[in-house]
Design a protein around this ligand. Structure first.
Ligand SMILES: CC(C)(COP(=O)(O)OP(=O)(O)OC[C@H]1O[C@@H](n2cnc3c(N)ncnc32)[C@H](O)[C@@H]1OP(=O)(O)O)[C@@H](O)C(=O)NCCC(=O)NCCS
Length: 180
């Protein structure tokens, strides 16, 4: 079966039973295990809200998920050029904790669609709710993930000692992407 972005719905993970959650397999052990064991718990406490995509009007199969949180980023040592004009204290950003598509549904445009959902969510928080966030960061798990994120305007953020694969996309690029 094949699904395009126009065939899917977004739902909070709390709508799903553990049995349904355990049918999800992204092909990456860390991404899959997190979803099976911790995603619902961390959603409920507010640590890391988890949005799931499923076929329109259905509860299965789970096609993908994403977790988003507030976070901060340091300018880095030496300072990352993308952050050089911000002050020397932790800078508010939106964090994509985890993003994955079920391995049977890779390559259908669903990963891109989930990422655009994050762009809208972050932009809405900044513009509508007026919460501070200068862009989105994520820590890529491998080179494939780096390639995926770079396609949409993320750039490596140098100088982040603890986070060597950290990527950043500034609000201006996010706003352009969602406004076309
Ligand atoms: C990375 C991932 C989310 C992509 O999802 P997907 O639904 O297969 O991607 P899409 O079909 O939306 O593809 C979007 C674009 O990214 C490209 N792309 C997809 N997977 C890619 C990969 N592994 N490496 C490089 N580019 C990739 C596609 O070619 C497509 O580009 P195009 O529009 O120019 O053709 C998915 O492969 C996945 O869940 N992988 C395992 C977990 C993971 O790596 N998560 C991301 C890291 S946090």
């Amino acid at each position: 079966l094949s699904y395009s972005p126009s065939d899917v719905d977004f739902r909070p993970i709390t709508n799903f039973t553990t049995a349904t959650i355990k049918t999800f397999d992204s092909g990456n052990t860390g991404m899959t295990e997190y979803f099976h064991r911790f995603a619902k718990k961390n959603h409920k406490t507010g640590l890391s809200p988890c949005t799931v995509i499923v076929p329109l009007g259905a509860h299965a199969p789970i096609l993908g998920y994403v977790t988003i949180s507030n976070s901060t980023v340091e300018k880095g040592e030496p300072p990352a050029p993308q952050l050089s004009f911000f002050p020397n204290y932790p800078i508010p950003v939106t964090l994509i904790g985890r993003l994955a598509i079920h391995k049977s549904y890779h390559g259908m445009g669903l990963g891109r669609f989930l990422l655009m959902h994050v762009f809208f969510t972050s932009a809405q928080a900044v513009r509508g709710l007026r919460l501070g966030s200068v862009g989105i960061i994520t820590d890529a798990i491998d080179q494939n993930a780096v390639d995926f994120y770079e396609k949409y305007g993320f750039q490596m953020l140098p100088g982040q000692k603890e986070f060597p694969q950290r990527l950043f996309i500034p609000n201006a690029v996010i706003f352009d992407a969602i406004e076309g």
